[in-house]
Design a protein around this ligand. Structure first.
Ligand SMILES: *[C@@H]1O[C@H](CO)[C@@H](O)[C@H](O)[C@H]1NC(C)=O
Ligand SMILES: *[C@@H]1O[C@H](CO)[C@@H](O)[C@H](O)[C@H]1NC(C)=O
Length: 123
């Protein structure tokens, strides 16, 4: 009985390791920061949004919660495509680690855009 428990414990332990390995990247590895870019567009401050992927795996089809988002500065849809309350980043192409993706917008205030979906591709 004790031996069976031991084997069971080892299997459980290995299971946790593999599960942890598979889940090593998540949406939480995407960080979005916003800072004043320093210029003004039609009287409104310009902001630079930086999306960093802190995971070794690529994250693609990255979508942000864009509820309330507005900009006077036009943004190319291949950079940020707004569809209702959801924005698709980089036309769905991957954001890779150590190569943050940035775009600029102009509005009176900062928008806190949060990642709501992505596809993680480890290869
Ligand atoms: C998006 O943001 C709005 C405003 O902060 C919030 O009410 C809403 O629940 C968010 N939606 C999702 C899908 O996270
Ligand atoms: C992300 O999008 C996929 C495909 O549309 C969907 O199946 C999945 O449930 C979404 N995940 C979240 C957290 O919204």
């Amino acid at each position: 009985m004790a031996a069976t428990n031991k084997i069971f414990s080892i299997l459980l332990f290995l299971g946790l390791i593999f599960q942890g390995y598979g889940q090593s990247c998540s949406l939480n590895d995407l960080s979005v920061s916003v800072a004043k870019a320093g210029s003004f567009i039609q009287g409104k401050p310009e902001w630079e949004v930086t999306i960093a992927n802190n995971c070794v795996c690529k994250q693609q089809n990255v979508k942000l919660n864009c509820t309330g988002f507005q900009t006077l500065e036009l943004i190319d849809p291949s950079v940020l495509s707004v569809s209702g309350n959801v924005c698709l980043v980089n036309a769905g192409k991957p954001i890779i680690s150590n190569d943050p993706f940035t775009f600029k917008y102009a509005w009176d205030y900062l928008f806190q855009l949060t990642p709501i979906n992505s596809t993680i591709a480890c290869s």
